[in-house]
Ligand binder design. Sequence first.
Ligand SMILES: C[S@@+](CC[C@H](N)C(=O)[O-])C[C@H]1O[C@@H](n2cnc3c(N)ncnc32)[C@H](O)[C@@H]1O
Length: 517
Amino acid sequence: MASPEPETRRKQRVYTATVPRIDVTGQFNDYNASDIENRKIMRKREAVLVRWDTDERHFYQQEYRKFYRKIKLDRDLLNYKYDWTNKDCHSQCFRIIAQSLQSSRSDKMEDIDWFIEKFYKNEEHTIGIGKYDDTYTPPARRIRITKNITFDKNDVIPVYSDLPGETSKNLEIPDNFVYEYSNVNFVDKSQEPDLVKAMELAQQEENLIKCNCHSGDNIVSCYENKNCPCFKMNKKLRKFQFHIKDRPRCEFSSFKPIILAKHTDVMFDNIGFSCSEVCACAGKCTNNTLLLANKKIFPLEIYRQNPHVGFNIRSSVPIPAGTPFRTFTGEIRESVNVSDEDLDYAFKVWQYNETRLPVDLKDMKFTGEYKRLLFELFQRDFFICPTTCGNVGRTAGHSCVPNVEILRVYQKSVSPAHINLIMVAREDIIPGTPLTIDYGADFAERLKDVCQCGTFACMGGRKYSDILIVYYFSFKLAPCVAKLHELKFEKYRDTVIDVIKEEEIAHRAKRRRLQAH
Ligand SMILES: C[S@@+](CC[C@H](N)C(=O)[O-])C[C@H]1O[C@@H](n2cnc3c(N)ncnc32)[C@H](O)[C@@H]1O
């Protein structure tokens, strides 16, 4: 039995949501009670060499079946269409990716063939975590550090190390890997009294935003319902979005893909508001962008291939463009309580002078005390900090051509303590592709010369830095990005792992049998 965690290391945590963490392995208490050295020992003890054919294949098949069943049979997801070749959202996704590239690099645009020749076919430069044409082929032999980092049987995320020359004996477990796992945000009571106060005040009827919508057993249609207070707030927040004439605004609903309208300040300009468990619909409605993410159904794995980059994540099933597939959780802290070390993992979620504040307080029927506190909080910066406790989101690597975007969705009220971060696929993501985000301008300086994303537009790819690539119009670049994506998909279709084919064939056969009866 591990020794108890010293009192000083324990925090008085206030969790901002009510999703419980389930300890099915019996190990979580041990793990939680250990100091970092003990946690490392525990992880090392668990680590084993595994082989794809004999040990892992079966596990992946099971996970895939579980995923497929949930997508098809979960009653809450009946309106969700799992469509990973939805042509409608492609052009917009690629335009957004192209716009981001265009803003950070500059040069005249050449034709598509030149672009493909230069950046796609040049294998030498497509190594590293961002290997752009990757498809999912797990290594035949690898070290499995843990079967499930989450300690929750409904959220199985294995962790592997694929570093060359590594064995379960000489395995290195870095300090930053032995964090506590939590799928909900929390605040430290002693450090952030104002956030705790905001959470308390938001319980009062005037300050709590919830709905009374219900419709028996069917999925409740809160979205587009003018009488739903949560949808009204969701719509109100949409007004703060930067908007391009004739282009649709980004929508935050439960089942529609989230397609951004522009690339800059994506995090601060695109905000949603969702129904939650305190509503009559319990969040099982069309106005809950967190619904799918909180189901945690997309099977992910954490792996390490490159010692400089450390751990990263990937999915073993395709993630369609615009899908909010996971939340990004951690401790909500004011910037003064965020250290340099935290900045490696932290996300700024609330910014003083934010050009678009979540609400105009004058419009709200909040109590005077809550309005005063919100006004106070508006003047400070807040982060979500997963350094010591967070979920799989903290492991996403940086890429100069990221395939994931992080966005904010409020629930229950509009203080920084009510922010949730969702991880949204920017394009159809092929299994095995590293799930990457753009760490943003602050981090860019740190990664400038060392970035190992390996993508065609990597700012750290020294060889490329002297080829000035600047695209002057995103519509010219968009077809190139789309073409690269198409090539990736072709390759994926050719090499798609048997398990997916088998599962789809089995599912279709079952449906035919059922129809025949
Ligand atoms: C938020 S953490 C990501 C998870 C981290 N790899 C781990 O093992 O816990 C950020 C750190 O990952 C590494 N990293 C992420 N993306 C990288 C990239 N494209 N190139 C080089 N290092 C990267 C850097 O060390 C960075 O400080």
